[in-house]
Design a protein around this ligand. Structure first.
Ligand SMILES: CC(C)(COP(=O)(O)OP(=O)(O)OC[C@H]1O[C@@H](n2cnc3c(N)ncnc32)[C@H](O)[C@@H]1OP(=O)(O)O)[C@@H](O)C(=O)NCCC(=O)NCCS
Length: 187
């Protein structure tokens, strides 16, 4: 698969490149990123260089589609569809994201995620997009809820990361959902 760029009102989403390595390295020094994601800590420039190389291979293989989120040419975050699987009745993938600290709280992740979700349903033919987060990640859960994801439950010790195992919240969005936010019992 060739990498695809997406545009929203305020953002451009495009494949991360070698030119982003320093900005990715800087963004991943924020403890909130390794705290809630599988990003390693301490995070080195080599981690970012390896990540950029991996992303190119994932696009080529069509297994993960990862975009750098850009606002006025600055790196504002990273977002992707992971574990993409096809199926005759519609495929499935999992959405994942982190934002650069100084760009948070402006609705940018929601804006980026809407474009990624549309791409997944309309271009990749997905029937379902899953969201999972370490239990207690209220910022991520509110982002998912505002996108229309429905809370589906708790995965006891179901998430692994360099930290070990964590309880996980899981939610899902179907192509047929109307995306109107609904209440989540944990929020
Ligand atoms: C989760 C994260 C990406 C949100 O990014 P953002 O750009 O601030 O999100 P938005 O501005 O688009 O806000 C989306 C929703 O989340 C809510 N939100 C954002 N930050 C929040 C916080 N710290 N506490 C509570 N709610 C928060 C917003 O109010 C909004 O909800 P609403 O529409 O119901 O008002 C960002 O906090 C982050 O990068 N966290 C660290 C990494 C991480 O947790 N990644 C997700 C792993 S599953």
């Amino acid at each position: 698969m060739d990498p695809v760029s997406l545009r929203t009102e305020r953002l451009v989403l495009s494949i991360p490149t070698e030119a982003d390595i320093d900005a990715i390295t800087a963004a991943c020094q924020d403890p909130e990123v390794p705290r809630w994601t599988t990003v390693p800590s301490p995070y080195t420039r080599q981690h970012a260089a390896d990540f950029v190389e991996l992303v190119a291979g994932w696009w080529a293989d069509g297994v993960e589609t990862v975009w750098a989120i850009r606002k006025d040419d600055a790196l504002a975050g990273m977002i992707g569809l992971h574990r993409i699987t096809a199926h005759p009745h519609g495929g499935e993938a999992e959405i994942g994201f982190w934002g650069v600290a100084e760009f948070r709280g402006q609705g940018l992740m929601g804006e980026a995620a809407r474009a990624v979700i549309d791409y997944g349903f309309d271009e990749l033919g997905l029937a379902r997009i899953a969201w999972r987060a370490v239990a207690g990640n209220v910022a991520s859960a509110r982002t998912a809820r505002s996108l229309g994801f429905r809370y589906e439950g708790l995965l006891r010790q179901g998430l692994t990361s360099p930290r070990g195992r964590d309880d996980g919240w899981v939610a899902g969005l179907l192509a047929s959902d109307d995306r109107t936010p609904v209440a989540w019992p944990v929020l």
